[in-house]
Design a protein around this ligand. Structure first.
Ligand SMILES: Cc1cc2nc3c(=O)[nH]c(=O)nc-3n(C[C@H](O)[C@H](O)[C@H](O)COP(=O)(O)OP(=O)(O)OC[C@H]3O[C@@H](n4cnc5c(N)ncnc54)[C@H](O)[C@@H]3O)c2cc1C
Length: 512
């Protein structure tokens, strides 16, 4: 297993995108807290840097603040497929938002795709961008009906797709679709290119700067950070989920997704992007890292804090070994994405917040295209230009009836966790029973604690109550993190925030 870790990420496992990439870092010396910036962009992933480059190049005076470093979030742990189709298929989009809504969604996906391509050309970004065909196949009758819906929906909105006989997969399928002109790239090399373009345009980046919240003081937005405060006329929360308690917490549910990268004994690597229709689905693609070709296989998704990460990796590896002759497992990592309650992303003014505070979330597994188009939409809104997507993607939209069930289900689950997890504890009486390199929520002297015993035997004890909305965190033994099953906040073994929406660490408990 590769252990080099050049840029940090929000988990213990390494993705191949972190390796060997020296990104420019921040330049806090250039921050002018006395200035009122035109726009503060919070978050240095694909959404934040896309918006930042667009605004700074338009002549706005902007600043990017990231609680960690560029690429620390999901963009550093993605699988970086760039598609003309999406997890909400165009038939589903039409049934929830009408045919016009589905067409608009297809335009957004395509425009996001084109923006990536044009940024690569314009800023000469060397990020392994390659165009490849995409194949989606069905193995059962139930999956066939899903595939047919995918086809029908795409044809209606004018996205090119065709039925095809030959798919580069060893899996037996009954019918398949081919989408020409799909693409893949190295997401962190792309971020690096955006970052360089932003700095060249005069942009300022403040890393290790957590934005705790934003208030409106006499018409100026004041963003309180861990060190001081930034003044801005507009704030974009490009944080994947806006921080603290807000309406998006209840509109988009956090999911973990897993990727395993292997070397094969033979050259049976497909020169394509291949997806099945299972629930959750698997996808396969290749990437050359350090001159070595790797097969990347992803899937095994589950709601954050609910599944078993160890089993997810084991299932994925078993799946790969069933179909391919694996020489070695080179990487395995997981990351987090957000499923929107009604299928469309939430991009625009943050409801119930001061005017000029914008957010972008709920991209599902399509954040390369949707994060890019979000950057464009939000730069339009900051510039007071209208955007044709503003209404459809508004975070304040009223949801269609048929998606309401999903909304109720996700939130009923949050309520359940809030109560049930307070009473469920692992049956460990004393911390002595906790094996090395393991974490558990246990009871000590009648008090519930989140305890982790590290590889050297040292115990780290935390208050297990998530600082976001008060649910009890669950141990993630693969990423060595405490994950909240309600809204997806995550913490490291010392309680430091890894993933929002919380902005406050889990307090340590002294049990000596
Ligand atoms: C395993 C996996 C595979 C995926 N594969 C694909 C794919 O193939 N194609 C595709 O299109 N999409 C894919 N996605 C989805 C896509 O990767 C994400 O939607 C996208 O990367 C999100 O980018 P972002 O910039 O919005 O957020 P992030 O990349 O998560 O960046 C958010 C940044 O905000 C910072 N931050 C958070 N809170 C604060 C705060 N309070 N103050 C300051 N900074 C803060 C974080 O440190 C982080 O750097 C995948 C997702 C997963 C999990």
């Amino acid at each position: 297993m590769t252990t080099t870790n050049n840029i940090p990420r929000d988990g213990r496992l390494n993705s191949p995108w972190q390796k060997g990439i020296l990104i420019p870092g921040d330049d806090k010396k250039k921050v002018r807290p006395e200035n009122t910036y035109d726009c503060l962009i919070v978050g240095g992933g694909i959404t934040g840097l896309t918006a930042a480059v667009l605004l700074q190049n338009e002549g706005y005076n902007t600043i990017v603040a990231d609680a960690n470093t560029i690429g620390f979030g999901t963009t550093g742990g993605t699988s970086a497929h760039i598609n003309t189709f999406a997890d909400t298929n165009y038939k589903e989009a039409a049934s929830a938002f009408g045919e016009e809504g589905a067409k608009l969604f297809a335009e957004a996906i395509n425009e996001g795709f084109d923006l990536i391509r044009s940024n690569i050309d314009k800023y000469k970004i060397d990020c392994d961008f390659e165009t490849k065909p995409g194949f989606v196949y069905a193995e059962t009758d139930k999956e066939l009906s899903f595939l047919e819906d995918m086809f029908e929906g795409a044809v209606k909105v004018g996205v090119p797709v065709e039925y095809i006989e030959d798919v580069p997969t060893p899996v037996k399928y009954i019918k398949a679709l081919k989408w020409d002109g799909q693409a893949q790239f190295h997401p962190v090399k792309y971020l690096k290119g955006l970052q360089e373009a932003y700095i060249a345009a005069g942009g300022v980046i403040a890393e290790n700067t957590l934005v705790e919240g934003v208030t409106n003081e006499d018409g100026v937005l004041i963003a309180k950070t861990s060190e001081n405060a930034y003044r801005a006329r507009n704030v974009i929360y490009a944080t994947h989920m806006p921080p603290n308690i807000n309406v998006i917490n209840f509109e988009a549910a956090p999911y973990r997704s897993y990727v395993v990268a292997v070397k094969l004994k033979s050259d049976a690597y497909p020169d394509a992007l291949v997806y099945d229709c299972q629930e959750p689905y698997h996808y396969i693609r290749t990437h050359v890292i350090d001159g070595e070709k790797l097969l990347l296989v992803g899937g095994a998704d589950h709601k954050t804090g609910h599944g078993d990460p160890e089993k997810a990796f084991a299932d994925l590896e078993e799946y790969i070994r069933k179909y391919y002759d694996v020489a070695s497992v080179e990487y395995q990592w997981s990351s987090q994405y957000y499923i929107p309650a009604d299928g469309f992303p939430y991009i625009g003014q943050l409801p119930f917040a001061a005017d000029g505070i914008f957010c972008a979330s709920g991209y599902n597994g399509n954040g390369m295209m949707l994060g890019s188009i979000a950057g464009k939409i939000l730069s339009d809104l900051v510039s007071k230009r209208s955007s044709k997507y503003e209404k459809a993607f508004s975070p304040a939209r009223i949801k269609p009836i048929d998606s309401f069930t999903e909304f109720v289900k996700e939130n009923a689950d949050v309520a359940y966790r809030f109560v049930a997890d307070r009473f469920n504890v692992d049956e460990i009486d004393t911390l002595k029973d906790l094996p090395n390199d393991t974490g558990k929520v246990v009871e000590v002297d009648g008090k519930k604690v989140a305890a982790y015993r590290d590889e050297q035997g040292k115990i780290h004890v935390l208050n297990p109550v998530c600082t976001h909305a008060g649910c009890i965190v669950a141990w993630n033994g693969e990423e060595k993190s405490w994950d909240c099953p309600c809204h997806g906040a995550r913490y490291d073994i010392n309680g430091k925030v890894l993933t929002g929406p919380t902005t406050r660490d889990l307090p340590a408990i002294n049990i000596a």
